[in-house]
Unconditional design. Structure first.
Length: 540
């Protein structure tokens, strides 16, 4: 709906708003179900995998995974750009244009997949044999593992279109449900392979085959949410390619800078400190990833909503999205971080065993990155939706360059801790001092009001929660995993109770409770009915 239509029909406008909220709630619930499964299996499988493979082999796997993570750069930023243009086409009800965009990018991604195969071959033949600190046996294993992982990624590129179609239609429940099944299947296969005595090559081969099979599910979900989807080579359109590329090139640069920021660390640690150090640092990185994922399950969905509001020029809606999205994200990430940092020492000791104490200081530093990234996810979506992608790109470029320089300087003196600091410092400076005021100005929101409404609830709850955490740690010097879980749960409960009672006003509490009470019915309704018609209304 346009602003004029909203003014003329406020009842319909409220119904559209409820539809958008309902979709986001359902998607968030299933995202957290997926996250719970991912983290739960990861907590169990990580020490299990390290024990069966050994630190050197596990570190080798993480090193190869760090190399393949850069393959996402071959996406060239088309992922979110594709979603953006499909949403715009849906909003206008232009089915032909949707099929043109989807068909065009199946062809484009097929070419990108071929390029991924060529890059994989180059890495296998030219890079892996010359990487520092690898034995001849490790080189042989790394080549096979890299070839398998590269092939899976190459096949996945054309399948990206199906995920974009589903997300553009707000079919989050379907995609999340498929991903949940794949997490469980891969976890079971990992356990079976390792328990049977299989090595790293066998493990990667089996899980790669399972992932390739899962792509069929994503194709099915796209056809379900959009039965009119028709992918044909003859629908290829150079005009659509150029139009999407004009926006996606900036997203590509952002992705490239993000890869440098988050995935170069393992390479730097491996090159200067060896594969065993990579295994230790990987624990801190994994926990930092869990920290972000626990608190940031809705920002991707908010992007599609923000694009719709931005396209319609609805600044008031964008302002509400910015405040509510940031406040919820900050409340979640501060609470989770207090619990993690407060119990990180005994947690890593009990979880991973002796020899991983070096993960503790690295994680404490990386937790700062998690707070900043989660707290700014909504800001980035708003800026991209309102056409300020050049600003976001510039921020990420400067941060990535500073990260690389600082990591190379600090690793020589401070080891893995220096690498973590090299990541945290540029992100904190760039996001807090540049992105935050820019996002607030983009929706006409005074910076002081934005800071007060989004930060104050977390600060109010954080003080007593941190004090309780310190008391528990002093009382139980060497707690078991059960006591760690109990203590963290108690700290989290106190934090949320204080935030809800003193950090939020009455109307905001009622609003959040209403959203939570409708979550179960939203998931049920969206799971049993076709999602074609309502999502066009929600997008509008």
């Amino acid at each position: 709906m346009t602003p004029a239509e909203e003014a003329a029909d406020p009842v319909r406008a409220r119904r559209v708003d409820r539809g958008v909220t309902r979709t986001l709630v359902a998607g968030t619930v299933t995202k957290y179900a997926l996250l719970t499964a991912s983290i739960g299996t990861g907590i169990f499988l990580m020490p299990f995998t390290v024990r069966h493979l050994g630190k050197p082999q596990y570190g080798l796997w993480m090193l190869v995974a760090s190399l393949t993570s850069y393959f996402s750069l071959l996406d060239l930023g088309y992922g979110n750009g594709l979603v953006r243009h499909i949403v715009a086409a849906y909003t206008r009800g232009d089915v032909r244009r949707v099929n043109e965009i989807a068909s065009t990018f199946v062809c484009i991604y097929a070419v990108i997949g071929l390029a991924a195969c060529l890059v994989t071959g180059g890495l296998v033949l030219l890079v892996v044999p010359h990487f520092p600190n690898l034995t001849s046996a490790e080189v042989s294993t790394a080549r096979i593992v890299l070839a398998l992982m590269g092939f899976r990624i190459a096949v996945g590129f054309p399948m990206t279109v199906f995920g974009a179609v589903t997300n553009a239609r707000h079919g989050f429940v379907l995609n999340n449900s498929i991903a949940l099944v794949m997490v469980i299947v891969n976890a079971l296969l990992t356990y079976v392979v390792l328990a049977a005595g299989g090595g790293l090559v066998m493990l990667v081969a089996v899980t790669t085959a399972a992932s390739l099979t899962g792509y069929i599910g994503y194709a099915w979900s796209a056809h379900r949410v959009f039965p009119a989807l028709s992918l044909r080579v003859r629908h290829f359109s150079r005009d659509q390619w150029r139009e999407v590329t004009s926006f996606s090139v900036y997203l590509f640069i952002i992705d490239m800078a993000s890869q440098v920021t988050f995935n170069l660390d393992n390479v730097v640690v491996g090159a200067f400190l060896g594969t065993s150090a990579v295994a230790v640092y990987a624990v801190a990185v994994r926990l930092s990833e869990y920290q972000r994922r626990v608190c940031d399950q809705f920002s991707g969905m908010l992007y599609t909503v923000a694009v719709g509001f931005g396209t319609g020029g609805r600044v008031d809606r964008l302002r509400n999205v910015l405040i509510e999205g940031t406040r919820l994200a900050v409340v979640l990430v501060v609470g989770v971080t207090i619990c993690l940092v407060g119990f990180i020492g005994p947690l890593i000791s009990r979880w991973m065993g002796p020899g991983f104490g070096g993960s503790v200081p690295a994680f404490v530093v990386l937790s700062i990155v998690g707070i900043v990234m989660v707290g700014h996810a909504t800001q980035q979506s708003i800026l991209l939706a309102t056409g300020r992608h050049r600003t976001v790109t510039a921020i990420w470029i400067v941060e990535a360059a500073a990260n690389l320089a600082l990591s190379l300087i600090l690793v020589r003196r401070f080891g893995a801790l220096g690498v973590a600091a090299g990541t945290a410092i540029p992100i904190a400076v760039g996001h807090l001092l540049v992105m935050t005021p820019t996002a607030a100005r983009s929706v006409g929101l005074p910076l002081w009001r934005y800071a007060r409404e989004t930060l104050l609830p977390a600060l109010i709850g954080g003080v007593p929660a941190a004090a309780l955490c310190i008391f528990i740690r002093l009382t139980f010097a060497t707690p078991s995993l059960g006591r760690i879980a109990l203590g963290a749960s108690l700290v989290g409960a106190v934090y949320l109770a204080v935030v809800a009672t003193f950090g939020l006003d009455r109307s905001t509490r009622r609003l959040y409770l209403a959203h939570l009470s409708g979550a179960a019915s939203a998931v049920r309704d969206m799971s049993v009915r076709r999602v074609a018609g309502p999502h066009i209304a929600a997008a509008k």
